[in-house]
Design a protein around this ligand. Structure first.
Ligand SMILES: Nc1ncnc2c1ncn2[C@@H]1O[C@H](COP(=O)(O)OP(=O)(O)OP(=O)(O)O)[C@@H](O)[C@H]1O
Ligand SMILES: [Mg+2]
Length: 255
């Protein structure tokens, strides 16, 4: 049965998509069957795994708003054992369109029931907001992985995020857990980086991964080639670190 992990933080540009794409590809490289769900209208996870816009017939908007069959939206990525449900700019109107609809929070949960047993892990790349799309992701998830950028105000907004988790636990998904907190774009040479690292560990304790993702220019280049880092530059530091993260995630699941 597929284990569903949402990658979420309503702060923009903290590494949600980079982590979704690379953790997804690395779990697949470790022999897992992975489905990556792009739940952001920017469609960065979609292009990041090499899916061409012209090959998209249905996308996550059709699943959430029209309740179309999710199997019609799933596409293979260029990485073995990594499939994707793409997103397009269409999704930008979904929050407003969903608002007056029935069972608007459980659309993704219901859609995933159909394909859950075909995957080991399902990763949902959330948008930088706590709106209905993120609520759908949390309602459908077993757990949430929170990327935190090693910058000033790293912890800002996290209490709001945790509050949304609590609301979803209360109303829709009592078993929702925090999978882990991941420090991203870390620069060990700066005092600030070290400070944020210890602040985040003080706040979240054991939940923070041992693996810390440092800044690595290869990680920012890979998406423009439509490749996860393991295919773009497997020997890079970024690739090594995301593989380490994948192993840490697997170990936490007893694998
Ligand atoms: N470890 C890293 N080293 C260098 N660049 C990185 C790293 N992680 C992410 N980036 C770059 O930083 C930018 C933001 O990352 P990403 O798109 O993963 O964040 P996000 O949280 O998904 O953003 P959004 O909130 O807009 O969806 C991207 O250009 C990405 O390539
Ligand atoms: Mg993103």
């Amino acid at each position: 049965m597929g284990y569903v992990i949402s990658l979420a933080n309503q702060k923009g540009g903290v590494g949600k998509t980079t982590t979704s794409v690379n953790l997804g590809a690395d779990l697949a490289s470790q022999g897992k069957k992975v489905l990556l769900i792009d739940a952001d209208a920017q469609g960065n996870a979609t292009s990041g795994v090499g899916v061409q816009k012209s090959s998209i017939k249905k996308d996550i908007y059709d699943i959430l708003v029209n309740e179309d069959d999710i199997t019609d939206a799933i596409l293979p990525s260029r990485h073995k054992d990594l499939d994707v449900v793409p997103a397009t700019i269409q999704l930008s109107g979904a929050d407003i369109e969903l608002t007056p609809q029935m069972a608007r929070e459980t659309r993704l949960l219901n859609a995933l029931k159909q394909v859950k047993d075909q995957y080991d892990y399902i990763l949902v790349d959330c948008p930088p907001s706590l709106g209905l799309i993120t609520i759908n992701a949390f309602t459908a998830s077993d757990s949430i992985l929170i990327p935190v950028q090693s910058e000033y105000y790293a912890l800002e907004g996290l209490s709001q995020l945790l509050n949304t988790v609590k609301l979803v636990q209360k109303h829709f998904n009592p078993d929702l857990k925090i999978e882990g907190v991941l420090l991203t774009m870390y620069d060990a040479r700066t005092k600030l980086g070290q400070q944020v690292n210890s602040e985040v560990r003080n706040y979240f304790g054991e939940t923070v991964y041992q693996t810390v993702i440092t800044r690595n220019v290869r990680l920012s280049e890979a998406p423009s080639y439509g490749l996860p880092i393991i295919d773009y530059d497997p020997k890079s530091k970024g690739s090594e670190l995301y593989m380490q993260l994948a192993k840490e995630v697997l170990a936490a699941h007893g694998e």
